[in-house]
Write a protein that binds this ligand. Structure first.
Ligand SMILES: C[S@@+](CC[C@H](N)C(=O)[O-])C[C@H]1O[C@@H](n2cnc3c(N)ncnc32)[C@H](O)[C@@H]1O
Length: 500
């Protein structure tokens, strides 16, 4: 029986991370010229998986995938196992263990994930983590490792040092968190009257940001004994020493320099002779504080530019909204679109405006690229030829780089619209019993803000039609329809099982 850890004393909030999802890793690997495993049949290893919250949606989506999660905290593993058992997930194996002494018979994995672990473990374990990535990664496998970086991490580390000094004589997690919150509120509110001071404003903003975290996250992430920071370049050198190379950032738009003035872009190219140096210089400018880096084996040949033709093997989804309502789609009038997270993309091309309209209606469902081309061309009264194909291919890559569309090698299955007898995600139904945050079938966190949602969700077991739902809820039809539509838009409805 392993000794209790700090994570047994104070629970860490389990969370799904779409940026570490096998579909995301596979898509980027494909675009950079690798031959990644199909997520539907892949093997996934998560190191420091906590209570398995990141793995449950992956295991649920793909029964043929084999998923292993390892964590030192026995209590977190017990919670994860209880959830996996309740959901009947035979393909999820959660084990209590130390990533510093992993068994040799663990097998080979297509995707190895370590989110929120590297920066919070001592140096020998950080090396063990990278060694495990190399040791267990299949030849075309992809590892995801997230970690704190300079220069942006300086600010967080600065506030952390102040916090630790302030609470140095305070014992016990609850009292330490309470004292830390009192200090954060003081820093946030202690702004000078009159002329704002940039440095003090930045500290106050950081204090407010930290104060929003749960006690579990504050205690483990910012009041912990280990809080490692490094430069991206040095992380890559460490990865290289373990036979791993940089593939991409999990958020591809983070690798772009489009928002720089042309002269600054030119200078960047002169300063940075290779990809790692370029990323390092971008970190300087963006004051990056956290990275979510994909690695692969050092010997894998990678393309330095995205493989444009690979987009035709992918599906695309987008929630990008037009900025000016009422612009005629078939006209050549320029329209600017805002994606999630504020990214922007402009076009006057009718085919592309229609394509974005199609995608917005289907969101979050991804359409295969050729299906999207055919649908958009048909709406424009065109036959999809080589010119349209080239236009659509360039558009998908440009929008992907701008963060306005998402690309998918294999999106997890879900039903975009409620069928006659809707069925909700069993994981979400289980989670809705304890709170408002539930995991979508795509592996992202959804907050249920409609008061009807927690009552409706458990009724969606595939046995009730709309009339039966209305009877059970004694509710108004419009409210139920609205809630069902929202469930579809949040990927909370299960797709019908395939008919053999
Ligand atoms: C900050 S939490 C992150 C949990 C989860 N990956 C997430 O991001 O929500 C760090 C996790 O690493 C685990 N951990 C720390 N040291 C470990 C070790 N030597 N071997 C395995 N797990 C470890 C902790 O128990 C904890 O669950």
């Amino acid at each position: 029986m392993a000794a209790p850890t700090a994570y047994d004393e104070v629970d860490y909030p389990g969370w799904p991370y779409p940026q570490s999802h096998p579909d995301r890793l596979a898509t980027l690997a494909r675009l950079f010229g690798m031959a990644p495993a199909d997520p539907a049949r892949c093997r996934v290893l998560e190191l420091g998986c906590g209570d398995g919250a990141n793995l449950l949606p992956v295991a649920g989506a793909w029964p043929q995938a084999r998923i292993v999660g390892i964590d030192l905290a026995a209590s977190a593993i017990a919670r994860g196992r209880a959830a996996a058992e309740a959901l009947g997930l035979a393909n999820l194996d959660l084990r209590c263990g130390d990533l510093g002494s992993l068994p040799d018979d663990l097998g080979e994995f297509d995707y190895v994930i370590a989110h929120g672990v590297y920066s919070w473990i001592p140096a020998p374990l950080r090396r063990a983590l990278l060694e495990a990535c190399r040791r267990f990664l299949a030849p075309q496998g992809v590892a995801y490792v997230s970690y704190n970086v300079y220069p942006g991490g300086h600010l967080r580390a600065m506030l952390r040092e102040m916090l630790l000094m302030h609470i140095e004589d305070v014992a016990g997690p609850d009292r330490r968190c309470a004292a830390a919150r009192e200090f954060l509120a003081w820093v946030a509110d202690a702004q000078p009257d009159g002329q704002p001071d940039a440095a003090r404003s930045a500290l106050a903003l950081e204090a407010r940001r930290l104060a929003k975290r749960s006690d579990g996250s504050l205690f483990h992430d910012d009041l912990s004994g280990t809080f490692h920071l490094c430069y991206f370049r040095d992380f890559c050198a460490e990865a290289d020493a373990h036979g791993l190379q940089f593939l991409a950032e999990a958020d591809f738009f983070e690798m772009q320099d489009q928002d720089l003035p042309p002269a600054a872009r030119e200078r960047l190219a002169a300063f940075a002779p290779d990809l790692v140096a370029r990323e390092q210089y971008l970190d300087f400018l963006k004051e990056r504080r956290f990275r979510q880096t994909l690695l692969c084996r050092s010997e894998v040949p990678l393309r330095s530019e995205l493989r444009g033709d690979a987009v035709w093997e992918l599906s695309v989804s987008s929630a990008a909204e037009p900025e000016i309502p009422g612009v005629e789609l078939p006209s050549r009038e320029e329209q600017r679109y805002r994606g999630r997270g504020g990214a922007a993309f402009s076009t006057g091309e009718p085919l592309l405006k229609v394509a974005l309209d199609e995608l917005r209606r289907e969101w979050p469902r991804a359409l295969p690229m050729s299906e999207l081309l055919d649908a958009a061309a048909a709406r424009c009264g065109l036959k999809a030829g080589a010119a349209q194909r080239a236009l659509m291919g360039d558009f998908a890559l440009a929008c992907y780089a701008a963060g306005c569309v998402e690309l998918h090698l294999r999106q997890s299955p879900f039903a975009r619209w409620p069928g006659p007898r809707p069925r909700a995600s069993t994981l979400a139904i289980r989670q809705a019993r304890d709170g408002r945050n539930v995991t979508s079938l795509l592996g992202s966190m959804i907050e249920l803000d409609d008061p009807l949602a927690p009552r409706l969700l458990p009724l969606l077991d595939g046995t009730r039609d709309r009339a039966a739902l209305l009877r059970a809820l004694r509710g108004d039809g419009a409210a139920v329809d609205r809630c069902l539509e929202a469930f579809g838009r949040c990927a909370l409805l299960r797709a019908d099982p395939p008919q053999d």
